[in-house]
Design a protein around this ligand. Sequence first.
Ligand code: GDP
Ligand code: MG
Length: 176
Amino acid sequence: KKSSLGETKIAVLGAEGVGKSALSVRFITKRFIGEYDQTAENKYKYSTVVDGEQMAFEVLDTRSLNEDCGAREDVLRWADGYVLVYSVICRKSFLMLQETQKKVEEFRKGASIPIVVLGNKSDLAHMRQVTHEEGRTFAESLGCPFIEVSASEDVTNVTEAFHSLCREIVDFKRRS
Ligand code: GDP
Ligand code: MG
């Protein structure tokens, strides 16, 4: 069954190097390639079934220049929902993501915003700088889902993360 809600526009935001490109490519191709052009901003179109409904996605894999985490105004305006990514091996990326979240909230003026928080690179346990608890607490304060993922080693959690954001967006569109 095809959804009548149109495209689900998702922007992937986060500091440089946290794995925005790896996660976007993982979701769409189910593959991990390893190295991605840091200077490119890619928009992917993709269609898949979520909860029995055919959904059309547009995924914007942003380029995060000047510590903006990709959260430029045109990006914030374009997207229906946001994947907020930090790296569990980089505390700075976690702190930067909290600033980014504030920017998103200011831009969308407090309306409930479809968001999912991802702690990426969970495969690199020996280098961890952000605990699971810290990530969970942050997401809880926003009332949004939180998942630790590994773009390099895992398909299931990455797919589930995009699907759960899709669910939030669908709910949001149906309410408004
Ligand atoms: P972006 O700047 O946020 O788009 O980050 P990239 O997707 O380009 O990833 C930055 C680097 O981290 C690349 O070398 C990736 O191969 C690597 N990387 C991305 N995700 C993971 C992950 O889950 N685990 C590990 N070990 N490396 C990752
Ligand atoms: Mg990238």
